[in-house]
Design a binder for this molecule. Structure first.
Ligand SMILES: Nc1ncnc2c1ncn2[C@@H]1O[C@H](COP(=O)(O)OP(=O)(O)OP(=O)(O)O)[C@@H](O)[C@H]1O
Length: 246
Protein backbone atom coordinates (compact mmCIF):
# COMPACT_ATOMS: atom_id res chain seq x y z
CA UNK A 1 0.00 0.00 0.00
CA UNK A 2 1.45 3.34 -1.07
CA UNK A 3 1.19 5.83 1.79
CA UNK A 4 1.86 8.76 -0.57
CA UNK A 5 -1.23 8.02 -2.62
CA UNK A 6 -4.63 9.53 -1.81
CA UNK A 7 -7.24 7.51 0.02
CA UNK A 8 -9.39 7.51 -3.10
CA UNK A 9 -8.88 8.63 -6.65
CA UNK A 10 -11.59 8.37 -9.29
CA UNK A 11 -10.75 9.19 -12.89
CA UNK A 12 -13.32 9.45 -15.62
CA UNK A 13 -15.75 7.15 -13.83
CA UNK A 14 -18.86 6.35 -15.82
CA UNK A 15 -21.97 4.24 -15.38
CA UNK A 16 -25.10 4.35 -17.45
CA UNK A 17 -28.43 2.66 -16.87
CA UNK A 18 -29.86 3.59 -20.23
CA UNK A 19 -28.94 7.17 -19.37
CA UNK A 20 -25.82 8.31 -17.52
CA UNK A 21 -25.95 7.97 -13.72
CA UNK A 22 -22.25 8.74 -13.23
CA UNK A 23 -20.86 10.76 -16.09
CA UNK A 24 -17.09 11.06 -16.18
CA UNK A 25 -16.52 11.67 -12.48
CA UNK A 26 -13.07 12.79 -11.30
CA UNK A 27 -12.62 12.91 -7.54
CA UNK A 28 -9.71 12.75 -5.12
CA UNK A 29 -10.03 12.27 -1.37
CA UNK A 30 -6.86 12.73 0.68
CA UNK A 31 -5.83 10.47 3.48
CA UNK A 32 -6.92 11.64 6.91
CA UNK A 33 -9.88 13.72 5.81
CA UNK A 34 -13.59 13.49 6.32
CA UNK A 35 -15.14 14.15 2.94
CA UNK A 36 -18.87 14.67 2.46
CA UNK A 37 -20.43 13.96 -0.90
CA UNK A 38 -23.65 15.91 -1.39
CA UNK A 39 -26.11 15.98 -4.23
CA UNK A 40 -29.82 15.97 -4.98
CA UNK A 41 -31.78 12.72 -5.25
CA UNK A 42 -30.60 10.69 -8.21
CA UNK A 43 -27.33 12.64 -8.61
CA UNK A 44 -25.28 9.43 -8.72
CA UNK A 45 -23.86 9.28 -5.19
CA UNK A 46 -24.85 5.71 -4.35
CA UNK A 47 -23.91 4.49 -7.83
CA UNK A 48 -20.48 6.05 -7.33
CA UNK A 49 -19.99 4.41 -3.95
CA UNK A 50 -21.11 1.04 -5.31
CA UNK A 51 -18.45 1.26 -8.01
CA UNK A 52 -15.81 2.35 -5.53
CA UNK A 53 -16.53 -0.63 -3.33
CA UNK A 54 -16.57 -3.12 -6.18
CA UNK A 55 -20.30 -3.89 -6.02
CA UNK A 56 -20.95 -2.46 -9.47
CA UNK A 57 -18.68 -2.57 -12.51
CA UNK A 58 -18.02 0.83 -14.11
CA UNK A 59 -18.60 1.28 -17.84
CA UNK A 60 -15.37 3.28 -17.96
CA UNK A 61 -12.84 4.95 -15.70
CA UNK A 62 -10.50 3.99 -12.89
CA UNK A 63 -10.87 3.57 -9.16
CA UNK A 64 -7.79 3.68 -6.95
CA UNK A 65 -8.17 2.89 -3.28
CA UNK A 66 -5.17 3.74 -1.09
CA UNK A 67 -2.98 3.54 -4.16
CA UNK A 68 -4.34 0.17 -5.30
CA UNK A 69 -6.17 -0.16 -8.59
CA UNK A 70 -9.54 -1.74 -7.84
CA UNK A 71 -9.83 -3.45 -11.23
CA UNK A 72 -6.34 -4.98 -11.03
CA UNK A 73 -6.32 -6.00 -7.38
CA UNK A 74 -9.88 -6.01 -6.04
CA UNK A 75 -9.06 -8.02 -2.93
CA UNK A 76 -6.13 -5.75 -2.04
CA UNK A 77 -8.18 -2.61 -2.57
CA UNK A 78 -11.11 -3.92 -0.53
CA UNK A 79 -8.92 -4.96 2.41
CA UNK A 80 -8.21 -1.31 3.20
CA UNK A 81 -11.79 -0.09 3.09
CA UNK A 82 -15.20 -0.69 4.53
CA UNK A 83 -18.58 0.17 3.05
CA UNK A 84 -21.73 0.81 5.00
CA UNK A 85 -24.69 0.91 2.59
CA UNK A 86 -27.83 2.84 3.44
CA UNK A 87 -29.77 -0.42 3.90
CA UNK A 88 -27.26 -2.78 5.48
CA UNK A 89 -28.05 -6.48 5.55
CA UNK A 90 -27.86 -8.23 8.90
CA UNK A 91 -28.62 -11.80 9.77
CA UNK A 92 -31.65 -11.71 12.04
CA UNK A 93 -30.90 -15.03 13.68
CA UNK A 94 -27.48 -13.90 14.89
CA UNK A 95 -26.71 -11.95 18.02
CA UNK A 96 -24.39 -8.92 17.72
CA UNK A 97 -21.40 -10.82 19.11
CA UNK A 98 -22.05 -13.70 16.68
CA UNK A 99 -22.50 -11.30 13.78
CA UNK A 100 -19.21 -9.55 14.52
CA UNK A 101 -17.42 -12.91 14.93
CA UNK A 102 -18.87 -13.96 11.58
CA UNK A 103 -17.73 -10.80 9.78
CA UNK A 104 -14.31 -11.02 11.42
CA UNK A 105 -14.08 -14.61 10.20
CA UNK A 106 -14.75 -13.48 6.62
CA UNK A 107 -11.73 -11.19 6.91
CA UNK A 108 -9.62 -13.99 8.37
CA UNK A 109 -9.20 -12.25 11.73
CA UNK A 110 -8.33 -14.62 14.54
CA UNK A 111 -10.96 -15.02 17.24
CA UNK A 112 -8.64 -13.76 20.00
CA UNK A 113 -8.09 -10.54 18.03
CA UNK A 114 -11.70 -10.15 16.95
CA UNK A 115 -13.21 -10.58 20.39
CA UNK A 116 -11.71 -7.48 22.10
CA UNK A 117 -12.36 -5.37 18.98
CA UNK A 118 -15.99 -6.50 18.93
CA UNK A 119 -16.37 -5.73 22.62
CA UNK A 120 -14.87 -2.24 22.16
CA UNK A 121 -17.12 -1.45 19.21
CA UNK A 122 -20.29 -2.68 20.92
CA UNK A 123 -19.36 -0.67 23.97
CA UNK A 124 -18.67 2.45 21.95
CA UNK A 125 -21.97 2.22 20.10
CA UNK A 126 -23.86 1.49 23.29
CA UNK A 127 -24.94 -1.97 22.16
CA UNK A 128 -23.32 -4.02 24.92
CA UNK A 129 -26.61 -4.41 26.77
CA UNK A 130 -28.08 -5.99 23.62
CA UNK A 131 -25.03 -8.13 22.79
CA UNK A 132 -26.89 -11.37 23.45
CA UNK A 133 -30.22 -10.56 21.79
CA UNK A 134 -31.17 -11.64 18.27
CA UNK A 135 -30.75 -8.78 15.83
CA UNK A 136 -34.15 -9.47 14.22
CA UNK A 137 -35.68 -7.64 17.18
CA UNK A 138 -33.48 -4.59 16.78
CA UNK A 139 -34.70 -1.13 15.82
CA UNK A 140 -33.44 0.44 12.62
CA UNK A 141 -30.93 2.57 14.54
CA UNK A 142 -29.57 -0.42 16.46
CA UNK A 143 -29.18 -2.36 13.22
CA UNK A 144 -27.42 0.59 11.62
CA UNK A 145 -24.98 0.81 14.52
CA UNK A 146 -24.28 -2.91 14.48
CA UNK A 147 -23.65 -2.80 10.72
CA UNK A 148 -21.20 0.03 11.35
CA UNK A 149 -19.41 -2.08 13.96
CA UNK A 150 -19.23 -4.90 11.38
CA UNK A 151 -17.75 -2.49 8.84
CA UNK A 152 -15.05 -1.49 11.32
CA UNK A 153 -14.09 -4.93 12.60
CA UNK A 154 -11.16 -5.36 10.19
CA UNK A 155 -9.87 -1.89 11.11
CA UNK A 156 -10.05 -0.40 7.63
CA UNK A 157 -8.22 2.81 6.86
CA UNK A 158 -10.91 4.12 4.53
CA UNK A 159 -14.49 4.14 5.71
CA UNK A 160 -17.23 4.78 3.15
CA UNK A 161 -20.77 5.36 4.36
CA UNK A 162 -23.98 5.99 2.45
CA UNK A 163 -26.35 8.15 4.52
CA UNK A 164 -25.05 6.83 7.86
CA UNK A 165 -27.23 9.07 10.04
CA UNK A 166 -30.61 8.59 8.40
CA UNK A 167 -33.16 7.28 10.84
CA UNK A 168 -30.92 7.53 13.89
CA UNK A 169 -32.14 9.26 17.03
CA UNK A 170 -30.07 12.09 18.50
CA UNK A 171 -28.07 9.86 20.84
CA UNK A 172 -27.28 7.26 18.19
CA UNK A 173 -26.39 9.96 15.66
CA UNK A 174 -24.00 11.47 18.19
CA UNK A 175 -22.33 8.09 18.81
CA UNK A 176 -21.86 7.49 15.09
CA UNK A 177 -20.57 11.03 14.48
CA UNK A 178 -18.10 10.70 17.37
CA UNK A 179 -16.89 7.40 15.98
CA UNK A 180 -16.33 8.89 12.52
CA UNK A 181 -14.47 11.91 13.91
CA UNK A 182 -12.33 9.63 16.04
CA UNK A 183 -11.52 7.47 13.00
CA UNK A 184 -10.18 10.56 11.23
CA UNK A 185 -8.31 11.77 14.33
CA UNK A 186 -6.51 8.45 14.39
CA UNK A 187 -5.35 8.97 10.80
CA UNK A 188 -8.18 7.17 8.98
CA UNK A 189 -10.28 8.59 6.14
CA UNK A 190 -14.06 8.88 5.99
CA UNK A 191 -16.22 9.46 2.91
CA UNK A 192 -19.91 9.84 3.50
CA UNK A 193 -22.99 10.91 1.62
CA UNK A 194 -25.64 12.85 3.44
CA UNK A 195 -28.76 14.89 2.83
CA UNK A 196 -28.30 16.47 6.26
CA UNK A 197 -26.34 19.56 5.29
CA UNK A 198 -25.62 20.37 8.90
CA UNK A 199 -23.68 17.09 9.17
CA UNK A 200 -21.49 18.04 6.23
CA UNK A 201 -21.13 21.54 7.62
CA UNK A 202 -20.00 20.36 11.04
CA UNK A 203 -18.00 17.25 10.29
CA UNK A 204 -16.45 17.50 6.86
CA UNK A 205 -13.07 18.98 6.09
CA UNK A 206 -14.06 19.09 2.42
CA UNK A 207 -17.36 18.84 0.65
CA UNK A 208 -18.05 17.74 -2.91
CA UNK A 209 -21.34 18.51 -4.65
CA UNK A 210 -22.41 16.19 -7.40
CA UNK A 211 -25.17 16.68 -9.92
CA UNK A 212 -26.08 14.52 -12.90
CA UNK A 213 -23.10 12.28 -12.21
CA UNK A 214 -20.50 15.04 -12.25
CA UNK A 215 -18.65 16.95 -9.57
CA UNK A 216 -19.87 20.54 -9.90
CA UNK A 217 -18.25 22.09 -6.82
CA UNK A 218 -15.73 21.09 -4.20
CA UNK A 219 -13.90 22.69 -1.33
CA UNK A 220 -13.94 23.54 2.33
CA UNK A 221 -17.13 25.04 3.71
CA UNK A 222 -15.49 28.48 3.62
CA UNK A 223 -14.46 28.02 -0.01
CA UNK A 224 -17.93 26.93 -1.02
CA UNK A 225 -19.56 29.78 0.86
CA UNK A 226 -17.47 32.28 -1.05
CA UNK A 227 -19.38 31.21 -4.13
CA UNK A 228 -22.58 32.68 -2.72
CA UNK A 229 -21.06 35.67 -0.95
CA UNK A 230 -21.04 34.11 2.49
CA UNK A 231 -24.38 32.28 2.47
CA UNK A 232 -24.95 29.02 4.29
CA UNK A 233 -24.07 25.64 2.84
CA UNK A 234 -27.78 25.26 2.12
CA UNK A 235 -27.66 28.46 0.03
CA UNK A 236 -24.63 27.16 -1.86
CA UNK A 237 -26.21 23.76 -2.37
CA UNK A 238 -29.53 25.13 -3.60
CA UNK A 239 -27.83 27.74 -5.75
CA UNK A 240 -25.81 25.03 -7.51
CA UNK A 241 -28.44 22.35 -7.77
CA UNK A 242 -31.86 24.00 -7.68
CA UNK A 243 -34.32 23.26 -10.43
CA UNK A 244 -32.06 20.64 -11.93
CA UNK A 245 -33.12 17.00 -11.91
CA UNK A 246 -30.40 14.82 -10.32
N1 LIG B 1 -29.73 -0.55 -10.67
C1 LIG B 1 -30.20 0.52 -11.34
N2 LIG B 1 -30.96 0.36 -12.45
C2 LIG B 1 -31.42 1.44 -13.13
N3 LIG B 1 -31.18 2.71 -12.78
C3 LIG B 1 -30.44 2.93 -11.68
C4 LIG B 1 -29.91 1.85 -10.91
N4 LIG B 1 -29.20 2.38 -9.87
C5 LIG B 1 -29.30 3.71 -9.99
N5 LIG B 1 -30.03 4.04 -11.08
C6 LIG B 1 -30.31 5.42 -11.56
O1 LIG B 1 -29.10 6.14 -11.55
C7 LIG B 1 -29.30 7.48 -11.11
C8 LIG B 1 -28.42 7.77 -9.91
O2 LIG B 1 -28.93 7.05 -8.80
P1 LIG B 1 -28.19 7.03 -7.39
O3 LIG B 1 -28.90 6.07 -6.51
O4 LIG B 1 -26.75 6.82 -7.61
O5 LIG B 1 -28.41 8.53 -6.89
P2 LIG B 1 -28.15 9.16 -5.45
O6 LIG B 1 -27.39 10.41 -5.69
O7 LIG B 1 -27.55 8.17 -4.53
O8 LIG B 1 -29.63 9.51 -5.03
P3 LIG B 1 -30.35 9.58 -3.56
O9 LIG B 1 -29.85 10.84 -2.94
O10 LIG B 1 -31.80 9.67 -3.93
O11 LIG B 1 -30.00 8.35 -2.81
C9 LIG B 1 -30.80 7.61 -10.85
O12 LIG B 1 -31.40 8.15 -12.00
C10 LIG B 1 -31.24 6.18 -10.63
O13 LIG B 1 -32.58 6.02 -10.99
Amino acid sequence: MNSESPALRLSGLRKSFGRPAVDGLDLTVRRGELYALLGPNGAGKTTTLRMVTGLLAPDAGDVQVLGIDLARDPAGAKRGMAYLPDDPLLYGKLRPTEYLEFVAGLWGIRAQDAEPRARRLLDWLDLTKHAHELTEGFSRGMKQKLALAGALIHEPELLILDEPLTGLDAAAARQVKDLLVSHVEQGGTVILTTHILEVAERLAQRIGIIRQGRLIAEGTLAELRERTQGGSLEDVFLHLTEGQPG
